[in-house]
Design a protein. Sequence first.
Length: 187
Amino acid sequence: MTTRLHCSCASRSPLTNVALEEGLPAAACPDCGAVLLQMDDWRRWRSRSADGATSADATGVADMPADQGHARACPACARLMQRLAVDAQGAFRVDRCGPCQYLWLDRGEWQALVHRGLAEQLDTLLSDGGQRRIQNERLQATRMLALRQRHGDACMDEVLRIRQWLAEQPHRDEVLALIRATEPLNS
């Protein structure tokens, strides 16, 4: 990682070489604490990680990083980086430059990824399929919230319980037909 790259924060400080984990080089801004990670370096680190455990200190992770809310320019090529969600709750987003294969992490985002068990899943998480999965989870959560507001928590909890029970029934279609039937069952 070169130190000729500069941060986009107000100080425009040159990025300095750091290690996010043992064997995982990155470049960090000494002023704002942001980190620039080369995805090839991350892939090499992940492939060497035999036990799958990261050693980053998870202290202070209770304070989730605040989403910066704006796209940033890649420090290497000046193109706007993609803002990619890390989860359906939208706690924060990471920025990626596709052509340069750089990932920009604001202060605390690497620790948050480690804490959530996502640090070793970046390829999957940031892929088109991973982003579609996150979007689908977000839409489902929004729909459930609307249903709970409309029908109440008790009703939706019962609906979910019944759906689970139906999924376990060997003759589900027949049970559904019996439920939908308009004539009394005891005749």
